[in-house]
Design a protein around this ligand. Structure first.
Ligand SMILES: [Zn+2]
Length: 365
């Protein structure tokens, strides 16, 4: 028997809510975490059609990219499609979980999925975030250092880009004098002690600080753990907006536009002037991405694939980069597949269905 909180807790651990943008509203929005779980339905948007689909397929958890409750509701009377969807979900004990900009902002998230669909290599975050990393320095008797470092890694410390279990250790001499009230693991009260210790330094994401410090305190033999935490100004390679990667070989620009159309089933692409005969460096932002155009230019991308560009924003390309607006729904459609993969990998015995409802409100004629 599984419960809804098993899935939601897992998703919140792997793709933390702390990674969402300040305006966002991710997490469990409708329903109880204590519902017994039947099947899961993954979707880009939640509409009445999607709730009906969930009901027909005995799915009582919908995992959606776009939050159905976004700006706050003052009443729920069924006056529009979203309110009717919420009412229907509540009546039928269907829970709705949103995983939006936190899934956009991680390496391996929405934009990496788009890059994978275009068969790009060397994929990185386009605009990495600052202020999200800390360094932990902790001292421990030498003989305990190796196992202790593993504990820190298991708790989520030591990830840099594509490298895991990163740490730096150096050995030296630690001193301490336990006082009257102490209960020292090594040494005696009121006597200066010298102990051969290892200094361990690891990087950690701020959101995991509590977990890591709890694991550290638990695994450390000393009554008082000597450690310090420092804030880092480093970019976080695993966190940020958009993605950039390269085609294995240069491709003629018009062929690449055809490829985008085919991969994203886009009827039309709104784009700026073609300035290069071929493209190789490809910048991406699923959904509305005009805020990243300057980053794509700074990283010498040949083309920036995104959506929701306004007329005046196309001018900002300034003949230096090609902007290709492929449509919001089109750009994010594979997020469903990504969510299915993430959930199924951890819970292989739970049926995770891809919503078949086309929720795109935009039609092309
Ligand atoms: Zn979106």
């Amino acid at each position: 028997m599984n419960y809804i909180h098993e899935i939601t807790t897992y998703l919140n651990t792997e793709i933390p809510l702390q990674y969402q943008e300040s305006y966002d509203n991710c997490g469990l929005l409708v329903g109880s975490p204590d519902f017994e779980l039947k099947n899961v339905l993954v979707t880009l948007d939640v509409t009445e059609d999607v709730i009906n689909e969930a009901f027909m397929n005995e799915c009582n958890l919908i995992v959606a990219h776009h939050p159905i409750i976004f700006k706050g509701l003052k009443s729920i009377t069924g006056k529009n499609n979203f309110e009717r969807a919420i009412i229907r979900a509540i009546k039928n004990d269907i829970a709705i979980f949103a995983i939006h900009t936190n899934l956009d902002n991680i390496s391996g998230g929405v934009n990496f999925k788009i890059a994978e669909k275009l068969a790009l290599t060397n994929i990185k975050i386009l605009a990495p975030k600052f202020d999200s990393l800390k360094k932990l320095t902790v001292f421990i008797p030498i003989e305990k250092a190796e196992e202790f470092t593993k504990t820190l890694h298991n708790a989520g410390a030591g990830n840099i880009g594509n490298y895991q279990e990163c740490s730096f250790t150096s050995d030296g001499m630690g001193t301490f004098r336990p006082n009257e009230k102490s209960n020292p693991a090594i040494g005696q009260r009121n006597k200066l002690e010298h102990v051969r210790e290892t200094k361990i330094e690891v990087i950690l994401p701020s959101h995991a600080e509590k977990n890591i410090l709890t694991a550290m305190q638990k695994a450390h033999p000393y009554e008082e753990v000597a450690y310090y935490l420092s804030k880092l100004d480093n970019q976080n390679q695993n966190l940020g907006s958009g993605a950039i990667g390269e085609l294995p070989n240069e491709m003629r620009t018009e062929y690449f536009l055809d490829k985008i159309k085919a991969v994203f089933r886009a009827k039309t692409i709104r784009h700026t002037k073609q300035i290069k005969a071929t493209v190789k460096r490809i910048a991406i932002c699923g959904g509305a991405g005009s805020f990243l155009l300057k980053n794509a230019m700074a990283q010498n991308a040949d083309i920036f694939i995104s959506s929701d560009f306004k007329y005046h924003e196309f001018f900002d390309a300034d003949d230096k980069i090609m902007v290709a607006d492929i449509g919001h729904y089109e750009s994010e459609q594979y997020t469903k597949d990504l969510l299915q993969e993430i959930i199924s990998e951890k819970f292989p015995n739970i049926a995770v269905l891809l919503s078949k409802a086309n929720t795109n409100p935009v039609f092309y004629t």
